[in-house]
Write a new protein. Structure first.
Length: 202
């Protein structure tokens, strides 16, 4: 059974979707740790409610960003983590972490990458006036939102949608997609060939 760490800085609705999927025995992996850089993250409360181990520290607790990254890697090694799932984690993963967890760290982005990278994927797509946006789950590489794409799902923007309505549609799609991607990883069904990710058996 793959051991999973979820990194979250905020509300943690994606974490919740993963926890529920796991509870229904569908994840094929075990969430053993929730890490946050933000002590007020509601994601931490969700983890505690599910009796999952939580760890919280932030770059400001260390003398350098390198020292922070080293502590993260040490934590993941102590917990024998196979997969790092970024779910609303607001810090960029440091170089050492990215290389240590190459092809074993994934992220969810609320737009159809490579469009609308960065922190405000939903708002940027909405303000641009696109008719279709969506959700992307991808591996992490050295760049910003640039690693190989695992799955994507389009979400239609209707002309009378408010940003809140779009946000809701995006989050609903996220909560369906992320558990699926994690399951594929845990079942060893993801093969990376260059920039492409092959999902075996679909
Ligand atoms: C999600 O929209 C995700 O795509 C983005 O950050 C948001 C996190 O939401 N990376 P939550 O904390 O999981 O509710």
């Amino acid at each position: 059974m793959k051991r999973i760490a979820v990194f979250a800085s905020g509300f943690g609705s994606n974490l919740q979707a993963l926890l529920e999927y796991e509870k229904n025995n569908k994840l094929s992996g075990k969430i053993v740790l929730v890490f946050s850089n933000n002590i007020d993250a509601y994601a931490l409360r969700r983890a505690e409610k599910s009796s999952i181990k939580t760890i919280c520290f932030s770059p400001s607790d260390f003398t350098s960003r390198n020292a922070f990254d080293k502590a993260i890697i040490e934590m993941l090694e102590n917990e024998q983590i196979d997969l790092v799932v970024l779910a609303g984690y607001m810090l960029l993963a440091g170089k050492a972490l990215v290389s240590k967890y190459k092809n074993r760290m994934i992220n969810i982005h609320p737009a159809l990458l490579p469009a609308f990278k960065g922190t405000h994927g939903i708002r940027d797509a909405y303000n641009y006036g696109v008719k279709v946006t969506g959700v992307t789950v991808h591996f992490i590489d050295e760049g910003l939102d640039s690693g190989p794409v695992i799955i994507q799902e389009p979400v239609t923007v209707n002309q009378h949608d408010t940003i809140e309505m779009l946000e809701e549609k995006i989050h609903t799609a996220e909560h369906r997609l992320y558990p699926l991607a994690v399951k594929y990883f845990c079942q060893d069904r993801l093969k990376i060939v260059g920039r492409k990710v092959i999902i075996e058996g679909i």
